[in-house]
Each structure stands twice: as C-alpha cells, then as structure tokens.
Design a protein around this ligand. Structure first.
Ligand code: ADP
Ligand code: 5GP
Length: 205
C-alpha cells in the first residue's frame, strides 16, 4: 500500500509575531514527521543565518529566471524583496509522507490554497499590536526604518486572517505550539483524508 501523503501546513502572520520561533519549537516536539520548506529570497542574509538552512539566498536575476522556469509553488514580494517556495522539494517531501511546513506571507499563502486546496492554512496572531513592534525591536535584526515598514504591512496582513483555516494567538510559544499540534492531529482524522486509505488497509489484512 502507498504511503499516506503528508500534510502541507502553511504558517503566516505579521513580521515579528513569532512564526520562526513557533516553527522551531514545533519541530522539537516528538512523534511528528515534519519537513521545513526552505524558501528562496533576494533579501540580504542576517547575522546568524546560513545559506541553504534559513533560506537559499539568490540575486534578483536568479530569482526572476526561476519564476520564468516555473520552479516556484508560489512567490511574492515583501517589503522590497522577493521570496518563493521551490516546488520540487515540497511535492517530494509530501510524497514521502512528511508534514511539510511553509512559513510564508499572505499573498503566497493564497496562491498555495488555490493550487493545493488540501493545504492547511494557519494564521498566527499577536496578543497585541504593540507586541509586534516590541518583538521586532527585541530581535534586533532590522533597522528602525525596516521595522516600521514591516509594522505598516501588518495591517494588510491581519486583514487576510479571515481567509485562513485556523487562527492561533502567539501569547506563549508552548501554548501556540500545542494548538498547532491539535490542529494537525484533527486534520489527520478528517474523513476525506483518512477513510479511503484506512478501508483499503483493513481490507488487505
Ligand atoms: P517572525 O518569524 O514571525 O518574524 P520571530 O519568530 O523571529 O518572528 O520572533 C520575533 C521575536 O519575538 C524574536 O526575538 C522571538 O524570540 C520573540 N518571540 C516569539 N514568540 C514570542 C512570545 N510568545 N512571547 C515573547 N516573545 C516572543
Ligand atoms: P523575513 O525577511 O522576516 O525572513 O521574511 C519576511 C516575510 O516573508 C515573512 O512573512 C515570511 O514568512 C515571508 N516568507 C518567507 N519565505 C517566503 C516564501 O517562500 N514565500 C512567501 N510568499 N513568503 C515568504
């Protein structure tokens, strides 16, 4: 019998809400078979980031060439830089039964839902608007100017939350991760995802 295809889980939310922190904590939980989709970007590498681990860092020319070649599942511009999800890795990992996690902004998430309606879209909300500024400031990776541009963009992004399948407030990281695990477990029990495969399996026994 074929391997049950893994889920495609999309995490979005305004810059500084804690997507990266939540994703890393999620991957540390046991009994799950996650695979992180490493995006491609034209933005500059931050201190502590590694090419091929945090992102594939490429030039704008290289990025545009890949768009033309149809190599992205989705791509978008975010505060002056391009970001995109390489398609081949996503399908390869899902076919192996991995739960593939994308950490992407709202425009890209809408493209994913259109192309892969079975994907699960989770929007991470801040406990307060001010927490975004405080968290970005505390992270210390962007200039004040870039922080303000990202905060400005967060208004638009929060308006997209209603298009997501689930919303999770990141007040405490561990609680947010618990909720995401609950969502994933419930999604595995969805009739249309589980039943056909299961009936096939019990018939084989
Ligand atoms: P994003 O990936 O959404 O831009 P990060 O994961 O980089 O956000 O988090 C931004 C900053 O906020 C980091 O310094 C992180 O340590 C901090 N942070 C994340 N979650 C919380 C939380 N629940 N409470 C307080 N600080 C948090
Ligand atoms: P950052 O520069 O903080 O790493 O990312 C900026 C924004 O781009 C974040 O909202 C992040 O989730 C999003 N992002 C990262 N990778 C991708 C991607 O492959 N596609 C899209 N659409 N957004 C991405």
């Amino acid at each position: 019998m074929s391997v049950e295809r893994g889920l495609l889980i999309v995490l979005s939310g305004p810059s500084g809400v804690g997507k990266g922190t939540i994703r890393k904590a999620l991957f540390e939980r046991e009994n799950h078979n996650f695979s992180y989709s490493i995006s491609m970007t034209t933005r500059n590498m931050r201190q502590g980031e590694e090419d091929g681990k945090d992102y594939y860092f490429v030039s704008k020319e290289e990025f545009l060439k890949r768009i033309d070649e149809g190599k992205f599942l989705e791509h978008a511009e975010f505060v002056g830089n391009y970001y995109g999800t390489p398609l081949d890795k996503v399908t390869e990992q899902m076919d192996k039964g991995k739960e593939v996690v994308l950490e992407i902004e709202v425009d890209g998430a809408m493209q994913v839902k259109k192309k892969m309606p079975e994907s699960i879209l989770i929007f991470i909300l801040p406990p307060t608007k001010n927490a975004l500024y405080e968290r970005l400031k505390g992270r210390g990776t962007e200039s004040e100017d870039v922080i303000l541009k990202r905060i400005e963009r967060s208004n638009l992004e929060l308006g997209y939350a209603k298009n997501y399948d689930y919303v999770v407030v990141n007040d405490e990281v561990d609680k947010a991760v618990d909720k995401i695990i609950e969502i994933i477990n419930a999604e595995h029990c969805k009739t249309n995802r589980f039943l056909d495969n299961y009936l096939e399996k019990i018939n084989e026994k």
